[in-house]
Ligand binder design. Sequence first.
Ligand SMILES: [Zn+2]
Length: 85
Amino acid sequence: MPKHVFHSRCPWCEAVNTRASNAVPGEAVAPTDGDASLCFYCGEWAIFDGDRQRKPTAAEFIEIGEDPDCQKLRAAWAHLEGGRG
Ligand SMILES: [Zn+2]
């Protein structure tokens, strides 16, 4: 499975995220194909796929929405985003 460069373009807002890190302790740091990614700029989910990110499928959105770690990460992002205003 290919390793991803850390520069990736969000398929929702087109922002370039220059780093990626794992929010789940104890797992590999580098993302791999199929891993979900939260855009730091717009807070939308994307999926690592080869050398790019794509929008999640409907099934992937459901899986992300049901994942407690993803829920916590999205809540943390929303908290930070609310503090920027
Ligand atoms: Zn984005």
